[in-house]
Design a protein around this ligand. Structure first.
Ligand code: NCD
Ligand code: ZN
Length: 345
């Protein structure tokens, strides 16, 4: 029997939601992951340090007994964000990063940034104190094709922003294109990227071939195969600038299976199994630890977890539920469309 032992992984981009949904999904993350960067796109969003403190407590309140899990909080950047509040949150250790959603880019992002000049005081302060900015890298201009939004964002928003604030540390989240990979690889520094589990597994055909499949719809939307291959190469390369951010984003099934379905794929429960499969296919099992457990903490200036997990390769496929039941309703689990043989022991 083949086994693989690695430092306990962390998830550097996670949606836990709130209330009954939070209670229903938290265990799927805390079972395998020691820490996670918690996305602030609640309704209303987590904007102030006081919001983040209260949300963190709600997460800890529903953590399954015995699980050790550290929520690393983020603040949702608005045009009115207070530099002093942000700095206080960072210095106190409560807030790890600030999240930039261009207004209208994705789920619950209408309060995001339209005019970057208005967010400059906050961004300048972050550059000064070394606080990372997590970026949803898509433009929202209606003229731009949805499959081009990331590339256009890099050229028209991210690169100018980084030139304006060279000291700002930026995490380009859920990179989905070879343009994103290239941009990170060729940048001089202060830039890293997270890659999701599902973007290593599916391309855009999964959403559209043979019928419309809402459970493969997420933002940024999956791109063509050449992009998926570039992501796999980056993730399995060991390059410290790339690490795991699952972007596990639960929505109840009725909100995905309808005339205008929400974006988001739920992967917390089987991410480690999917990743082991991908890294095995790429002949890179020995680099899974770098991607899932080492590169992320190094980027955020944290120590890797002391604990380890052991993954086991079973001869027979490992069964994951098709859906999980939460107090908010059923949530469909990501189906990678191949049998999973690896599981966390
Ligand atoms: C996320 C969500 O549902 O909150 N959806 C998604 O498709 N990834 C938002 C986001 O990260 O874009
Ligand atoms: Zn997300």
């Amino acid at each position: 029997m083949q086994t693989l032992t690695l430092r306990r992984p962390d998830d550097w981009h996670l949606h836990l939601r709130d209330g009954a949904m939070l209670a229903g999904v938290i265990g799927d993350s805390s079972r395998h992951f020691a820490r996670a960067i918690i996305m602030p796109n609640l309704v209303p969003p987590v904007v102030t340090v006081a919001n983040a403190r209260a949300y963190r407590q709600r997460i800890l309140d529903v953590l399954p007994a015995g699980d050790r899990f550290e929520p690393l909080m983020t603040l949702y950047l608005t045009e009115g964000s207070s530099p002093d509040d942000i700095e206080e949150g960072f210095r106190s250790g409560l807030v790890t990063a600030v999240k930039l959603y261009p207004a209208g880019a994705t789920t619950n992002s209408h309060g995001g940034v339209r005019d970057f000049d208005k967010a400059m005081p906050a961004l300048e302060r972050m550059a000064k104190i070394g606080m990372p900015l997590c970026v949803h890298g898509e433009v929202t201009t209606p003229e731009v094709d949805i499959f081009d939004r990331e590339a256009v964002f890099i050229e028209t928003v991210l690169d100018p922003l980084r030139q304006r604030l060279p000291d700002l540390k930026v995490t380009m989240e859920h990179v989905t294109t070879s343009d994103g990979v290239d941009y990170i690889q060729t940048s001089a520094g202060n830039l890293a990227g997270t890659i999701t589990t599902h973007h290593l597994v599916i391309n855009r055909n999964a959403i559209l071939v043979g019928g419309i499949r809402p459970h493969y719809y997420c933002l940024p939307v999956a791109k063509r195969e050449s992009h998926r291959l570039a992501l796999r190469k980056a993730a399995t390369s060991g390059d410290p600038r790339f690490f795991l951010g699952t972007d596990s984003a639960p929505h109840v099934d009725p909100l995905k299976e309808c005339g205008c379905g929400c974006a988001g794929i739920y992967t917390s429960i089987n991410t480690m199994s999917c990743l082991a499969h991908v890294f095995e296919q790429e002949g890179a099992l020995d680099r899974l630890e770098a991607f899932a457990s080492l590169n992320g903490p190094a980027w955020y200036g944290l120590a890797p977890n002391e604990e380890t997990i052991t993954m086991v390769r079973r001869d027979r496929p490992v069964a994951f539920p098709e859906k999980i039941e939460t107090g908010a309703g059923p949530v469909t689990v990501f189906d990678p469309m191949f049998p999973l043989h690896w599981e966390v022991a």
